[in-house]
Design a protein around this ligand. Sequence first.
Ligand SMILES: O=C(O)CNC(=O)[C@H](CS)NC(=O)CCC(=O)C(=O)O
Length: 272
Amino acid sequence: MKFAAVQMRSGMHPGANMDALEALVGEAAERGAHYVLTPEVTTVFAENAAQLREVAGPHEGDPYLARAAALAKTHGIHLHIGSQAVALADGRFANRSVLFGPDGSELAHYDKIHLFDAQISGLNAYRESETYAGGDTAVTAKIGDLTLGMAICYDMRFPALFNALAKAGAEMISVPAAFTVPTGQAHWHVLLRARAIETGSWVIAAAQGGTHENGRATYGHSLIIDPWGRIVAEMDDDAPGVILAEIDSEAVREARQRIPVLANERAFAVPE
Ligand SMILES: O=C(O)CNC(=O)[C@H](CS)NC(=O)CCC(=O)C(=O)O
């Protein structure tokens, strides 16, 4: 099966982002994709919490998710919206990944567990937990015979989640992202390759890239990595576009047979 990641440069206005999404998903489908992953905050990359509140509503009845469902059906593909903010009852948002099947039905969703509260330099502080509530449940879903495990962006720094997904049967792990440029330059490839190697899983990472309408800059470099840690497809830089790769469970079996880390894992005591 052919899997695709689309790279986007989402702005603050959902209508324009959905138009860009439609064109990119159309291109991926034309090139034979059975599954398409989009980046974190595909539908709205907001300026701040106040602007987000104006455009992001609850999951139920959300018009952009409805448009994504229709797009999946039009092309007869699995369409995985890497993430979109959905309003929760307590006034916060979930940073939610939503998977649609080829008939337009919603198959699964995952709420980002690890929130990006980090000071990456003197001026550059992120407090995702001020606006978002973190999820508390790992999620897998079936894409044909393959099992997909879901992560979002900053989650990639937490190997325990990937280990748990692989042990729950995941053969491929989706990582939609809106990575910062300095942390992308320093960590993006090595973190994602490590997550593939240590779980013997495919990793598909769809990235936001470039300078966005909200003023943020993101790293781009969407990737598809095989279970041996080889990069099989990569976007050159930060421009919007599509990458594809043929993904199978045979490569997963082979990698896990050569290096059976999941089977060899042991429990151990730690000092108090
Ligand atoms: O807030 C939004 O609107 C969209 N969300 C994001 O951009 C998120 C949270 S700020 N970005 C990351 O998790 C980047 C992580 C990262 O760059 C790293 O781990 O180095």
